[in-house]
Design a protein around this ligand. Structure first.
Ligand SMILES: [Zn+2]
Length: 285
């Protein structure tokens, strides 16, 4: 392939400048497009046309991005079966600045994560986490989000089944925190006033616990008893080792809380299908 392929070998977004300096790129390359090579995890993949797919990728170097994989539906496509949700690998994308949809040139899988695909509860937990990141992550580069996702997917393979539900809760709350929406736990979400121990009102809309004064005027706050409050604090801190088994009714309330919290802080009014499935899954077991 002529032109753009000569840019292959550039390893990170940091060294790609969208070809803004004409003297540094071959004359045949479109100056507004750059080939970016970055580690990535497939968050979502769907059919786009008769022959193509669109993938949403969490990338190490360029944030969460969408790309069209042209010809991916064809039997002899170079993408083959590589574009599976949760697969990790190295993506090569032609990126145009100020565009929402880029072009996927290649995706070399390094981690298929078939261990997750073969276990419904782990898989649904992983897809809920992927969806949360897909919906809440900004397009700006954020390696921390990418590394968190990879670490959680790896841990999810290994976590004991008995801890799978609290692990999922902690992983989702951890993602919410890394994405910049951590709930206020120590001080009032509205005025920062320090909160006494014990039961407290939690407001999803305000983003955390409320002091008595603010809670008195809130119409949406719900009471978390002392033990549920402590459980939430441990989940948000990612500390699941010393969480006592959560009684089913309380666990259902914790699942509802994280799903509603995520919905409330999304920009778009979209149903969180994987998170809803995760929320319901534990009710059925
Ligand atoms: Zn307050």
């Amino acid at each position: 392939m002529a032109g753009p392929s000569s840019l292959r070998g550039r390893q990170s977004f940091a060294r790609v400048d969208f070809g803004q300096r004409p003297g540094e790129v071959p004359a045949r390359v479109c100056f507004h497009m750059a080939l970016v090579t970055t580690a990535a995890v497939v968050l979502h993949a769907f059919k786009y046309s008769e022959s193509s797919k669109i993938v949403r990728l969490a990338t190490e170097d360029v944030g969460v991005q969408s790309a069209v994989a042209k010809g991916a539906m064809r039997p002899k496509s170079k993408f083959g079966a590589r574009l599976q949700v949760l697969s990790g690998g190295v993506a090569e994308m032609y990126m145009k600045p100020n565009r929402d949809l880029h072009t996927l040139a290649a995706f070399d899988v390094t981690r298929q994560r078939s261990e997750l695909a073969g276990d419904v509860e782990r898989y649904v937990t992983a897809t809920a986490l992927a969806e949360l990141i897909l919906r809440l992550a900004p397009a700006e580069p954020n390696p921390t989000v990418y590394h968190y996702l990879v670490a959680m997917l790896d841990d999810l393979v290994a976590v004991d089944r008995v801890n799978l539900e609290p692990f999922g809760l902690a992983a989702l709350w951890g993602a919410v925190g890394i994405l910049g929406f951590a709930p206020a736990l120590d001080g009032c979400a509205c005025d920062g006033r320090r909160l006494p121990d014990g039961a407290a009102k939690f407001s999803i809309a305000d983003g955390g616990f409320l002091c008595q004064t603010c809670a008195a005027t809130s119409t949406s706050a719900t009471t978390l008893q002392k033990q549920d409050r402590q459980t939430l604090e441990k989940l948000v801190s990612g500390n699941i080792d010393d969480i006592a088994p959560i009684p089913p009714r309380h666990a259902a309330a914790h699942r509802r809380l994280i799903v509603r919290f995520a919905e409330c802080h999304m920009n778009e009014d979209l149903e969180l299908k994987a998170l809803s499935m995760w929320e319901r899954m534990w009710s059925d077991t």
